[in-house]
Design a protein around this ligand. Structure first.
Ligand SMILES: [Ca+2]
Ligand SMILES: [Ca+2]
Ligand SMILES: [Ca+2]
Length: 334
């Protein structure tokens, strides 16, 4: 009997120990699970916070840049304007009043993060929405594309199939048969008209380039998309002038020379100084072209001070009556 009691006591003690161990184990599992979930939630919250900060900062940088575009409308415009670009130089002969836009302080940092922004004046590019097939073919030929007529036909057919026969962004041409990212941008993958470090370092960072110190561009260097806005003769590169006016490279060169010597055309009347301009061609030019800037692309990018995703914004902006307005706004997180 005594032996039985001792055994029963030992069994009960053993059971209690097993139960305690199980309870402890379950509590440990719950605690670990809770800690894991909490950590995951905190990390998600932190990621969300950084994403919000980068988005807000990029939006502010883009909006501040767009607000500066009306300043540009008052002065003479230049082919490429970059914010806070120490290397950027205005064309010779330009007065300080004519170059307000390059003075924008567009890159820097706040406590919440760092940002950069640039404004690209695209007013000298041919507008893919108003160009006819022959003009496009001529431009593509000047860019040495292998089958310019075929490609121009393809672009015109693509445009006709868009809602309202309108291409809203030049980027969407990658969906057009015969157009690839390479034909569109060449080495200038961010389409800013400038040779950025990653576009001249070969295979070290994307895109692949030939690191020859020169920017090999694609169609987007000469063509842009905008619902309205005529092409600015003060910014159009020689191939665009030649293709859109249907003149020889030498005649187009006269344009370029006048602009270089005089800082641009102040009025259409000054076109009369070119040897081949008649009253009739002048009237035609007045109806189809502009001397002021009206189309811009604004790019802004930002990250939170403690890292996380980068937000990139691309806005297509038109300038009418001195008022800039974004007609296309795209944001992406990288
Ligand atoms: Ca570039
Ligand atoms: Ca590269
Ligand atoms: Ca190159």
């Amino acid at each position: 009997m005594k032996l039985f009691s001792a055994t029963k006591f030992r069994n009960e003690r053993g059971s209690a120990l097993v139960i305690t161990l199980w309870v402890t184990l379950i509590l440990c599992v719950i605690a670990i699970e809770l800690a894991y979930t909490t950590r995951l939630e905190l990390r998600t919250l932190d990621y969300g916070r950084r994403r919000l900060q980068s988005t807000e900062l990029a939006r502010s940088a883009a909006e501040a840049s767009i607000a500066q575009i009306s300043e540009a409308g008052r002065g003479r415009a230049y082919p490429l304007m970059r914010i806070n670009d120490d290397k950027w130089q205005p064309p010779s002969g330009a007065s300080p009043a004519e170059m307000p836009i390059n003075k924008i302080s567009g890159s820097g940092g706040f406590e919440i993060g760092a940002y950069s922004a640039e404004i690209i004046d695209e007013s000298g590019k041919a507008n893919v929405n108003s160009a006819d097939e022959a003009t496009l073919a001529d431009l593509l030929k000047q860019l040495s594309f292998p089958a310019p007529a075929q490609l121009a036909r393809s672009i015109i057919a693509y445009r006709a199939a868009r809602p309202g026969s309108l291409i809203l962004s030049i980027d969407e041409l990658v969906n057009c048969p015969g157009v690839t990212e390479k034909t569109l941008y060449g080495e200038d993958t961010n389409n800013n008209g400038a040779l950025d470090p990653n576009e001249n370092d070969g295979d070290k960072s994307g895109p692949k380039d030939n690191s020859n110190g020169k920017l090999e561009t694609g169609i987007a260097a000469l063509i842009t998309a905008s619902p309205r806005q005529p092409v600015s003769l003060n910014l159009a590169p020689q191939p665009v002038i030649a293709a859109m006016l249907g003149v020889s490279p030498d005649q187009a060169k006269e344009f370029i020379q006048f602009r270089a010597e005089n800082g641009g055309f102040a009025s259409f009347e000054q076109l009369k100084t070119l040897t081949w301009i008649t009253d009739e061609t002048l009237q035609d030019i007045k109806a189809r072209f502009s001397l002021a800037s009206g189309r811009f692309t604004v790019r802004a990018s930002a990250t939170a001070a403690d890292g996380g995703p980068r937000t990139e914004i691309t806005a297509s902006v038109s300038l009418e009556d001195g008022k800039p307005s974004a007609f296309l706004w795209r944001e992406k997180q990288l």
